[in-house]
Design a protein around this ligand. Sequence first.
Ligand code: F6P
Length: 340
Amino acid sequence: MRFGVLTGGGDCPGLNAAIRAVVRRAARSGHETVGFLDGWKGLRDDLVRPLPVEAVQGILNRGGTILGSSRTNPFAKEADAAKVLAALAKERIDVLVAIGGDDTLSAARELAGRGRPVVGVPKTMDNDVAGTDWTFGFHSAVAVAVDALERLRDTADSHHRAIVLEVMGRHAGWVALLTGLAGGADATLLPEVPYDEETLLRSVRAAVAARGYALVVASEGIELGPRKGATGARDEFGHELLREREVGAELARRIQEATGVESRSAQIGHIQRGGPPELFDRVLATRLGAGAVDLALAGRFGEVAVLRGERIEGIPLAEAVGTTKTVPPEWVDLMRTFEA
Ligand code: F6P
């Protein structure tokens, strides 16, 4: 068989580990792999590179993706969809492995619906793909955010300030939740929990009274109302660029105004997406990449490899896309236990 592989959507640590696993697992059974560059754009425009085993040596621990990525939606225009089908035929691809989040896997499902052999690998630092316990990229991103929070703690403590750390995560609060839990935030704001200014101010006041400073973690996806300066720009899948709303900066302004505590904010943005994958992400990406090849070898096209408990399993792409896996109430309850 000839495998094609692509990485689409926002990059995250572990993509190279997954590409390596696809190539090595396929090679073990005598199959070859080629890579399409920059996500679905590479398939649409027929941008290919061979991926012999030597091409994936030394990439297990490297951040980003050696194939490049983009947020190209290949099915937004029928003319582009036709190009994708033509490139698959021209490159003699027997099965495509699409590595990505909800958008990339939705496009994979569309391709499967058009009768093409495709399997998926879920990834995203947001951890919001349904059907899998965790996505790779997430733990590495949270480790960066926790490190940032610990650094902010030093300076907040020294200056007796309130500091708000704004983290990514789109409309799921997983990154904020685990950053707040692991970093010991006094308040953590998630898109899943309607914003309540009184509760936030109470936490900030209590923390400042107890030890002279306060730390707040805010997810970029929380709703604080329209923001001046935001362009409302959207990507090809229709997603607003949430960081432009600068909710962290707005919260710091509100906290200072209401409490009189000098306040600052930090938006770590894409810093969360770079760097080497943490142990958990390396292993998960490796298992999922190999798992996707196993699905293909078993003829289970139209499925995506997922983590369920301790096991890697295959589920239909349709089960994994279209719904955002949000933070459930029991996690919110745990988070509340530690709020000031
Ligand atoms: O989907 C991953 C993600 O990092 C989100 O958390 C964030 O909102 C978005 O990508 C940023 O997208 P871009 O890199 O296109 O600015």
